[in-house]
Design a binder for this molecule. Sequence first.
Ligand code: FES
Ligand SMILES: [Fe+2]
Length: 280
Amino acid sequence: MKYEFVSASEDSRLDHVGSYRRRLPVSLDRMYENALDWQHLPFQHSSSFSAIDCLDYGGWGWRATVTSVQGGGASTSLLELMLDRDARCWITRNLEGPNVGAEIWTHVFVVSERVLDIVVDFFVPDVPKTARDKVGMAYANAYENLYDEDVAMMTERQRQLDQRLDGINRGEKIELGIADGLELPLQVTLSGRRFVLNRLSDEGAGLPENWVVYPAQCPHQLGPLGEVPLVEGTVRCPWHGYVFDVTTGACVSGSHCQFGEVPQVLLSDAEVTLCWKALS
Ligand code: FES
Ligand SMILES: [Fe+2]
C-alpha cells in the first residue's frame, strides 16, 4: 500500500469518514490537468467508470453525469468538480444519485517541481460513527486504484513532453528487412519520433497499400498508441477513447485533432524501408 489512511478525528466535521494521503511523482501542472480531465474517467479508469456525459466544463472544473461500475452493477451520479487554484484544492461533490451529499476535498502540497503530496478528505453524510472507518477505508481503497492509474498516465505524458523534438531530417530512412519476417505492430524511431508500422490485414505483405504507419503517441495528449490493436483500420487511444483512421490520420470519433506527418513505406524486393516524403 502506497498511501496512508487517517481516521476521522472526534472534533472534525460530523460527516468526515477519513483521509487518504499519498506522495505523487508529478508536477502541479500535470495534477491540475488530470483533475480537470473529465474525459479520461471511463477509459483510463474503465474498472471504476463505464460512461460520462459532460454537462459543462471549463478552467473552473466540470459537471457531469457519471456511470460507476461496482461488483457487476452500475449506478449513475451527477458529479461536480470545482478547482480552486489559489487554495491548491479541488472539491468533488455528489449532487445526485447514490451517496448524494458526499464531498471529496483534495488538497495539494508541492514538495518539489515534480513531487506532490495530496491529502484527500472524504465527507459522507449519515454514516454512523461506528461505520466511519469502514466507509473511509472503502473510499481510500478506491482512490488508491484511481491514483495508480492516474500516476501512470501523468508520468507517461510528462515523459513525452520532456522529449524535445528537432525538425524532420528528410534524408533519414530506416531499412527494416524482409516484409514477411517483421513482427507487427513494430515500433520504429525516425527523426526522433516514434511510429508504429502495421498492416491493415494479415495477408498482402507485398501490397504497398496494405502497409500503414501511424504515430506511437496520440495527437490529443500523447497517450500511447503503440500497443493498441488495429481494428478495421482504426486505433482507439486508451486515455480518452479518441478513435483514429490510421490511413487518413483523421479522428473519426468527433474530435478535431489528427495525426501529424508520418513516414512512407517503401517496398522493394520484399524489403521494407521507412522514409520521409520529399517536400515538393
Ligand atoms: S491522449 Fe487523449 S485520446 Fe489520446
Ligand atoms: Fe483520474
